[in-house]
Design a protein around this ligand. Structure first.
Ligand code: NAP
Length: 503
């Protein structure tokens, strides 16, 4: 196979594209035939020996790719030959075939080509983690993005717009700013030709941005921080400028502001379930057309060094990718994973052996069971009212409800019963199904049929409607949840719930 190889540390022109032996997977590893690999700023630093980790020479750079699984090492679970996947690695992606850890594969989202899939995880993962996880950016807040036309910068604009924020994009040329505008930026600042502080004052009525996203560093950091709003959050994402800025400690004090570090790679290692949640939410936003990587250039593998050179010379916008194969193949869309037929699932539950999530297929169309009775007493209703800030008298004012409510007293919030789905599912499946994690993330066709008077008891009768193999040990479990009210035929709620079980 061919690979782009770094034999001596230095600038991209020292890279060579040459024939090397095909990689062989060790136990737990997978070989992926690369169709597209995302080019990221750290790749340009790694080959110069300027990044946090330094691979032994010779090596291929490249840390994210999308392609097709062509070989499986011993003991790899939940991955099939021929499957289209997104893969991450520290280095090695700029090659026709790439070795990756079998646990680090993500199935390609339906409807996405290899090109989009290869340019998504790192840039969008970083910006989503920064804006949502670290800064807690809220709808209506103002975000300033520096280096806004770059890979993580454009991702930050799209994510912030999807979260309902107002975005000020700052970049170095009118062409780059036009791309920011096309990707949703509300206001633009050319920090090469305009005074950053003055423009920020004008655009925010003197208040300053609530959140600043900085992947550039250098000379922009201090003026940007001096402009931040009271209680603002400054996200330290990277130093594309090459200079790590220093900041006087009195500035965060004067602004009541926070400086927040963002290290996406470490976040994924240490908080994998949180990353999977981010990814699930981001795939949802891709499906709604709210996120879409802007791919500005494609380079065949043999010209991969040029991609890195253009990145270092600030010539690229959005994402650039290295490709392997013709344009149609690289843009080919992965087919949706086939639902697993119930009959194909072998072992079932037994008293002494916990089920695998896939074994639940035999329960499709059947009842899992009925939970214990749960009393919706006033203390529980009050606590729910406090948490949800829904403190209407009909729920919490016992005296008034006794006088005025058509139900003769307070009633529980309908969402309180609904919120019992996880607890009742843990009761029915806990200890019987072996999972690392489960996420309840969606409701479909929910009907609120009858109010529950405070003090009444409810229980959840659960039927399995569908089980879908989402690949990589992930199972989408769809259940119908009927909340029965003690002593009454008409149920409180009938709701279809979506949960992801992770093997
Ligand atoms: N913390 C994390 O977890 C994490 C994750 C991913 C990336 N990063 C870091 O984030 C930074 C941006 O990554 P990226 O992939 O978005 O890179 P990129 O696409 O090249 O974007 C970087 C932007 O920085 C600006 N820039 C200013 N001075 C520059 C210089 N001397 N050389 C190159 N660009 C310069 C450029 O915009 P203008 O020309 O408009 O100024 C460019 O568009 C990098 O430092 C990277 O290491 C951090």
């Amino acid at each position: 196979m061919k690979a782009l190889i770094c034999k001596t540390l230095g600038l991209p022109d020292a890279l060579v594209c040459e024939e090397v032996p095909d990689p062989q997977p060790a136990p737990g590893q997978v070989v992926v035939e690369m169709k597209a690999a995302g080019v990221n700023f750290p790749d340009a630093l790694v080959i110069q020996g300027k990044y946090q980790f330094k691979p032994p020479l010779p090596f291929s750079p490249g840390s994210e790719l999308a392609g097709v699984v062509v070989a499986l090492g011993e003991g790899v679970k939940g991955v099939k030959l021929g499957q289209s996947v997104i893969a991450s690695c520290q280095y090695g992606a700029f090659a026709e075939k790439v070795i990756v850890d079998g646990r680090q594969l993500i199935p390609m989202p339906p409807g996405s080509g290899f090109d989009i899939a290869a340019s998504f995880t790192l840039a969008y993962g970083t910006s989503y983690h920064a804006l949502k996880g670290r800064a807690g950016l809220k709808a209506g807040e103002t975000l300033l993005v520096l280096g806004a036309a770059g890979g993580v910068g454009l991702a930050a604009i799209q994510i912030a717009k999807a979260l309902g924020a107002r975005v000020i994009a700052a970049a170095s040329t009118p062409e780059k700013l036009a791309i920011c505008k096309d990707n949703g930026a509300d206001e633009l600042i050319n920090y090469n030709s305009e005074d950053l502080r003055e423009r920020l004052k004008e655009l925010t009525g003197g208040k300053g941005p609530d959140v600043i996203y900085d992947p550039v560093g250098g000379q922009y950091a201090e003026p940007a921080f001096r402009s931040i709003a009271w209680g603002g959050r400054y996200l330290v994402v990277g130093f594309a400028n090459g200079e790590i800025p220093a900041l006087p400690f009195n500035l965060p004090l004067l602004k009541g502001a926070s400086i927040m570090g963002v290290f996406w790679g470490e976040f994924v290692k240490r908080q994998l379930p949180d990353f999977i949640k981010d990814l699930t939410e981001m795939f949802g936003l891709i499906g709604q057309g709210k996120l879409r990587p802007h791919i500005s250039a494609r380079y065949p593998l043999a010209q991969g060094a040029q991609a890195l050179q253009d990145l270092l010379e600030r010539k690229v916008t959005g994402k650039v990718i290295i490709t392997n194969g013709d344009a149609a193949e690289v843009a080919a869309v992965a087919p949706a994973p086939a639902p697993r037929p119930a009959a194909a699932v072998p072992a079932g539950p037994s008293a002494d052996k916990p089920m695998k999530p896939g074994d639940l297929a035999q329960l499709v169309g059947k009842e899992i069971g009925v939970s214990s009775w749960i009393t919706l007493d006033q203390a529980r209703v009050n606590e729910f009212a406090r948490c949800t800030q829904d403190e209407q008298w009909i729920h919490v004012d016992v005296e008034r409800a006794a006088r005025e409510s058509p139900f003769g007293g307070t009633i529980a919030h309908a969402f309180l019963s609904l919120s019992m789905i996880p607890a009742t599912m843990y009761e029915l499946l806990g200890g019987k199904v072996e999972v690392q994690a489960s996420l309840n993330y969606g409701l479909d066709k929910t009907r609120f049929m009858s109010p529950v008077k405070v003090g009444q008891r409810v229980r959840n009768r659960v039927n399995v409607l569908a089980l879908e193999d989402r690949g990589m040990g992930r199972w989408l479990l769809t259940t119908e949840n009927t909340f029965e009210i003690e002593g009454q035929d008409k149920p409180a709620i009938v709701a279809t719930n979506l949960g992801m079980l992770i093997e």
